[in-house]
Design a protein around this ligand. Structure first.
Ligand code: 13P
Length: 252
């Protein structure tokens, strides 16, 4: 019998286009007071780009990781308006969210570009959080697994060790809508993703995202193949983010 895999859950907040530097620092202060140094869960926050550097300073000496929400794949050059893995590492990022559905849908990101970003982030020793997920139309057409597994495969092309990547399954129809995937439906997709990951599969963290709230976190996180959460709206306040972190604790 093989050993039960032990995957430390991750609860990551994607603040999207929200919070000034001052608001971000106030939130970090509250999170440090309540969610620093917890054993058995990794906590990550994802501020807007202009807040990354000050938030990194405010997180110094804490166990809380820092995620950028996007990056370009090149490190430097004539790419007006872009940020790079080198610069994100320079200001203290530990993670980079890559291929969020809002980037794919609103800003034209392709599987190929997402893959280049994943590889560029890994090359700098940072952890990509690779997001995948189907639209409502794709789910209704019965294409969920085909779409999601296709995005996973494309996003990880050429990646030698997929366990260096964190995956996030975020059904597009569940993001910011208050609609959450049923835990068993999410589990089905997570298990299918894990089934694609080969030998390292037992070690890869696969997060669920899409209207995760204190009220639904525990039953989602209880699913065998759900290894944490990527949280949008509820990550903007300590009183909604901390209970989700606590739900991910062993025995939580
Ligand atoms: P919500 O939690 O606001 O639905 O957002 C989820 C998400 O997109 C996290 O990346």
């Amino acid at each position: 019998m093989s050993e039960m895999p032990s995957r430390t859950p991750i609860v990551a907040g994607n603040w999207k286009l929200n919070l000034t530097v001052g608001e971000a620092l106030a939130l970090v202060k509250a999170l440090r007071a309540e969610a620093d140094g917890l054993e058995g869960v990794e906590v990550v926050v994802g501020p807007v780009a202009t807040a990354l550097h000050p938030v990194a300073g405010a997180l110094e000496g804490s166990s809380i990781g820092l995620a950028a929400q996007n990056t370009h794949w090149e490190d430097r050059g004539a790419f007006t308006g872009e940020l790079s893995p080198e610069l994100l590492k320079d200001v203290g990022c530990t993670h980079v969210i890559v291929g969020h559905s809002e980037r794919r849908q609103l800003f034209g990101e392709t599987d190929e570009g997402v893959n280049r970003k994943v590889r560029a982030v890994l090359a700098k020793g940072l952890t990509p959080i690779l997001c995948v997920g189907e639209t409502l139309a794709q789910r209704e057409a019965g294409e969920t697994l085909e779409v999601v597994l296709g995005q996973v495969e494309a996003g990880l092309e050429g990646v030698e060790d997929a366990s260096a990547v964190v995956l996030a399954y975020e059904p597009v129809w569940a993001i910011g809508t208050g609609k959450t995937a049923k835990p068993e439906d999410a589990q089905e997709v997570h298990a299918a993703i894990r089934g694609k990951l080969g030998q390292v599969a037992p070690r890869v963290r696969i997060l669920y995202g899409g209207s995760v709230k204190p009220a639904n976190a525990a039953e989602l996180l209880a699913q065998e193949d759900i290894d944490g959460a990527l949280v949008g709206g509820a990550s903007l306040r300590a009183d909604t983010f901390v209970p989700i972190i606590r739900a991910a604790l062993p025995g939580g």
